[in-house]
Design a protein around this ligand. Structure first.
Ligand SMILES: O=C(O)CCC(=O)C(=O)O
Ligand SMILES: [Fe+2]
Length: 278
């Protein structure tokens, strides 16, 4: 069992050099972008799996869709109220969003960067709307302790913006301090604050899944198997924006502190619904 870390060193919040786990040269080609324009439902088309559950604390009904069971990908519908999402967009726009540097490799020189978006980091409670969204997420996602997440990463993609195929799982060799301190990025929580008029879906090419969320939806997925190994099926990308601006805010949640809510890997390498909705 992992030692329990109570304090995290804030100096690890200097993140601009963080790299997604792109050791293998990823295909950055039209085949992946082709999937962007399609209705691809992954394995969720096999049977209807819309799960509704009641949040006891707030007496609210939530609708959660299981988009993929392996890896586990959930869409929380209308998790963030429209007005709150709008206020968060205004707060995000008032921050200094700049082209965040991120390194990686692509195979086409004209798209030589991994991401074309403006963005910034923001601590969880750094702005009132973001603090409320964070609190709402924590009340809904019982199985993850979000306090181990890195600060919000707010991304604003304008026309022609995109985020090339990548894993959120970090390369432990190049992110030693963060991975040793908190473990790797076990989960990603992506809050959609504003959608583009055209384009900008979130695609998981290896799962044949192209997600077209609404503003206020939250997509949650697990980047690892329950053994802690990275799951290469989680390769994903933000499709190019053709019109309008897409704004999202991501929490990358780390392994440490999740020991008691998620299963040990004694028999089963995979997570399932009971770990999320019990
Ligand atoms: O904006 C998206 O659709 C994807 C964002 C993403 O991959 C991330 O924040 O890690
Ligand atoms: Fe990502």
């Amino acid at each position: 069992m992992y030692p329990i870390y109570i304090f995290f060193i804030y100096s690890t919040y200097i993140f601009n050099f963080l790299t997604p786990f792109t050791d293998e040269t990823l295909e950055f080609n039209d085949k992946i972008w082709d999937k962007c324009g399609k209705e691809l439902r992954g394995d969720s088309s096999r049977d209807g799996r819309l799960v509704c559950y009641r949040l006891h604390k707030h007496l609210l009904i939530r609708k959660v869709e299981i988009l993929s069971s392996e890896p586990f990908i959930l869409q929380y519908h209308n998790q963030v109220h429209r007005r709150l999402a709008k206020r968060a967009v205004q707060e995000a726009e008032a921050l200094r969003l700049e082209q965040l540097k991120i390194s990686g490799f692509t195979t086409t020189p004209e798209k030589s960067q991994v991401r074309a978006a403006n963005g910034t980091w923001l601590i969880h409670t750094g702005r009132p709307s973001f603090a409320r969204i964070f609190e709402g997420l924590q009340a809904n996602i019982n199985s993850l302790d979000l306090s181990t997440a890195e600060p919000w990463q707010i991304l604003s993609y304008n026309a022609d913006g995109y985020y090339a195929p990548h894993y959120d799982y970090l390369n432990p060799a190049t992110n030693v301090q963060l991975v040793e301190g908190r473990g790797n990025r076990i989960a990603t929580v992506l809050v959609i604050l504003q959608i583009a008029k055209k384009g900008g879906t979130t695609v998981f090419p290896r799962l044949n899944l192209n997600i077209r969320p609404k503003a206020g939806d939250v997509i949650v997925w697990l980047n690892t198997l329950s053994t802690g190994e990275s799951n290469s099926q989680t390769l994903h990308a933000a499709c190019p924006i053709h019109e309008g601006t897409k704004i999202g805010a991501t929490l990358w949640v780390h392994e440490k502190k999740q020991e008691f809510s998620l299963p040990c890997a004694l028999t089963n390498k995979l997570y399932n619904t009971k770990h999320f909705f019990s």
